[in-house]
Write a protein that binds this ligand. Structure first.
Ligand code: SF4
Length: 397
């Protein structure tokens, strides 16, 4: 409130609403994902930061069994701990309907103009496409009315074209990861960078970063530098990941030679944005938003969830790290189907239980113990570095 000229030009939105919805207004307004910094980034850096938000949500009588991501997101409001930087808010029901509760509570706590932009769960049903596009157009109209600005097609085209360059480089990276031993990006960097830039939308910093990575990747491919020489297994990580232990894959590589080549979150938002006509742009933008994190491959229908097996083949993986988010109703509902498929296809899959940002339910140490057990009893392998089998990181910084 101290600098209202800036405050009046910001749009707050859920971190699961794609930043590229706001391209038509980027000349005059700034779109900033609300939960991204206080919740999503902070838990990766320091696992303790979100626990008080989860507890706060439950302290006002809300049930403890919904997804802890949604609990943490509305716990920010219970503690009045959200950054107050914008006069309006755009919300979404993504990733799943747990987020509907977040939107309802945000509406209540923020008490300011709010546009809810829900997406259908069975998003690829052709019958819902027109509805999704209307939701986006409704959002644009809401922004025009609230801020007195006009939809700017040229501005949209400029940013969308620039974002497509990031997508093209992502495809190039996937190609190198899938078909060579020279991919220079580790599993953590692959997952987190992809999540942040694809949700946030186009920014100059992503292009700068991609140029650095391109230089490194060109070098490793040209000189045939084997980047992960201790690899014994090429793994794909599937389903919703433990935010408090993104670096499990660094540990798994050093301890067991499990190289996590790709993960589900990296493969979302896989949508090129056409800019030749308004109709094509709206169609693609709508698809892009529907393929948001977790919606596309966790709760968007079993055919997407089971696309794991196609990706496994495409990325030449011989092992699955199957995240088992204990409070995710969508993924819990399909647990048995995966068990059957793994058996039928004779695939080595390690189930890794966790509770997204809440480290208290399954500790990091417990996750390592489960992987250790599988590697010794089922795979009958010995660790590359036995000193890494067990160590104390209960403080989990
Ligand atoms: S982890 Fe599951 S319950 Fe939580 S937001 Fe994602 S899809 Fe929804």
């Amino acid at each position: 409130g101290k600098t209202p000229e800036r405050w009046n030009k910001n749009i707050a939105h859920n971190e699961t609403v794609s930043g590229n919805i706001f391209y038509p207004f980027r000349k005059e307004l700034e779109d900033v994902a609300l939960e991204m910094i206080p919740y999503f980034v902070s838990v990766h850096v320091n696992n303790h930061t979100v626990l008080n938000y989860i507890d706060a949500a439950q302290s006002i009588g809300l049930p403890a069994d919904p997804c802890p991501m949604c609990q943490a997101e509305y716990g920010l409001f219970v503690l009045d701990d959200y950054p107050d930087y914008a006069p309006t808010m755009v919300t979404s029901n993504e990733a799943c309907d747990g987020s509907v509760a977040t939107s309802v509570l945000q509406d209540w706590f923020l008490n300011r103009p709010l546009y809810a932009m829900p997406q259908p769960m069975r998003y690829d049903d052709p019958l819902v496409q027109e509805h999704c596009q209307k939701e986006i157009e409704g959002c644009w109209k809401f922004i025009e009315e609230q801020y007195g600005v006009k939809f700017d097609w040229d501005e949209y085209v400029k940013w969308a074209k620039s974002f497509n360059k990031l997508t093209e480089f992502e495809w190039e990276k996937w190609d190198v990861a899938a078909n060579t031993k020279y991919y220079p990006i580790n599993g953590v960097a692959q997952a987190l960078y992809r999540i942040y830039y694809s949700q946030d939308g186009d920014r100059p910093i992503w292009h700068e970063m991609d140029e650095h990575v391109k230089r490194i990747m060109n070098k490793t491919v040209k000189n045939k530098i084997e980047t992960f020489p201790k690899t014994r297994h090429r793994a794909i990580a599937w389903s919703c990941a433990p935010l408090y232990y993104s670096n499990w894959c660094t540990w798994a590589y050093n301890c067991w030679g499990i190289n996590c080549v790709i993960n589900m979150d990296s493969l979302m938002f896989d949508q090129y944005l056409r800019t030749d006509t308004y109709e094509h742009a709206l169609e693609d933008l709508s698809w892009f938003n529907e393929k948001a994190p977790m919606r596309a491959m966790a709760v968007g229908g079993h055919e997407h969830i089971l696309s794991l097996f196609d990706y496994m083949e495409r990325f030449n993986c011989d092992m699955v790290i199957m995240y088992d988010q204990l409070q995710c109703k969508g993924m819990q509902g399909i647990h048995g189907v995966f068990e059957d498929e793994f058996r039928k296809r004779n695939i080595h899959a390690i189930w890794v239980p966790h509770a997204l940002p809440d480290k208290r339910t399954v500790s990091r140490k417990e996750i390592r113990r489960i992987i250790n057990d599988y590697m010794t009893t089922v795979m009958r392998e010995t660790p590359l570095d036995p000193s890494l089998l067990d160590f104390d990181d209960d403080q989990s910084w």
